[in-house]
Design a protein around this ligand. Structure first.
Ligand code: ADE
Ligand code: ZN
Length: 334
């Protein structure tokens, strides 16, 4: 099963590029930017990756991204991620970035955007990995800040396909951003939001009703509400699920108790993703392999997760068909 997963073509739809910052690269970039990290070495930094809830992780995640200052830093970060997923047979990726995590430190929106985008273009050209770029609003900041960030994105609609909502969920419900997402939709952006990771089912309802999401990031807690689960299934709204993230942030206590199978059995279009792989101990293949082992996923369930990833991707019908055909050909030959 491990070789099957490793060789299977895959799409990733929930990935924070700042969450791919491996400690080795972080130290290298910190050094060239003359920034002191509050850790003696790579090992000490990795030891700090011990979280009991989302906020514990976010504190370290924002600290880590502080070393990103120049366009080349963003390029190097993104290129390192693309090389890793290329080796894992990920053929399409939709990545998030958090502009406010950079502009709040005086880094220009375009510095982050251009570095990330240039690497994505190189990845498409040199590695054949298609991509989409989604910018997320930090929900712990106020709605005016998010609106100002949306304004900054308007000249770059050719590079940014969608907007999302991330950071500290509890206490920051989707309704706080209704106006921002209304404008984003009017401007033609696709819409996603983290909902039901730590927050209650009501936040998932708000994401659907007020933000009008095209996909839900995580969505685990939607399962607590049968009517909500049925609605998401009926509307065919995909969930971008992140098992190793859920384990590391204590959304689940053990991968054996992860709700992925329950999601599939409820008819939900659940997909497999890595979220912040440098912090959570694994990229796409590790997520698939460890969950498959814990839940004893069948080959059919594994292929369904991969198929859901391609079906839920924000790509042209043509690209979607190519990717689905790749998967079908792989399964037939296996
Ligand atoms: N930012 C990066 N990863 C996140 C996650 N899993 N939840 C909320 N915000 C995030
Ligand atoms: Zn996330």
């Amino acid at each position: 099963m491990q070789a099957f997963i490793e060789n299977m073509p895959k799409a990733e739809l929930h990935l924070h590029i700042e969450g791919t910052f491996e400690p080795e690269l972080m130290f290298e970039i910190a050094q060239r930017n003359n920034i002191d990290l509050p850790y003696a070495d790579v090992e000490a930094l990795r030891k700090a990756y011990d979280f009991s809830q989302l906020q514990d992780f976010l504190d370290i995640y924002y600290q880590g991204m502080n070393v990103l200052q120049k366009e080349q830093d963003y390029y190097d970060l993104t290129w390192a991620y693309l090389q890793r997923i290329y080796a894992q047979n990920v053929i399409h990726t939709e990545i998030f970035f958090d502009p406010q995590g950079h502009t709040s430190r005086g880094v220009a929106f375009e510095t982050a955007l251009n570095g990330i985008y240039r690497a994505l273009e190189a990845g498409q050209k040199e590695l054949g990995i298609s991509f989409g770029l989604i910018m997320c609003f930090l929900r712990h900041l106020d709605a005016d800040d998010a609106m100002a960030t949306l304004e900054q994105a308007l000249p770059h609609k050719d590079k940014i396909i969608g907007v999302g909502l991330d950071s500290s969920e509890l206490g920051h419900p989707p309704e706080k951003f209704t106006e921002v997402f209304k404008k984003a939709k009017e401007e033609g952006f696709l819409i996603v939001a983290h909902a039901g990771e730590e927050g209650p089912p009501d936040y998932v309802y708000q994401a659907l009703d007020l933000l009008k999401v095209d996909r839900i990031d995580h969505g685990n807690r939607a399962l607590e509400d049968k009517a909500l689960t049925k609605r998401i299934a009926d509307e065919g709204i995909a969930l971008t699920v992140c098992p190793l993230s859920n384990l590391k942030l204590c959304v689940v206590d053990d991968l054996k108790n992860h709700p992925m199978r329950e999601m599939l059995q409820a008819g939900l279009k659940a997909t497999m993703n890595s979220d912040d792989p440098a912090y959570f101990g694994g990229y796409m293949n590790e997520n698939y392999i460890q969950l498959a082992e814990a839940l004893r996923l069948t080959q059919e369930e594994i292929v369904t997760l991969a198929r859901n990833g391609f079906e839920a991707a924000f790509v042209s019908d043509e690209r979607k068909q190519v990717m689905l055909s790749n998967l079908d050909a792989f399964v037939s030959a296996a």
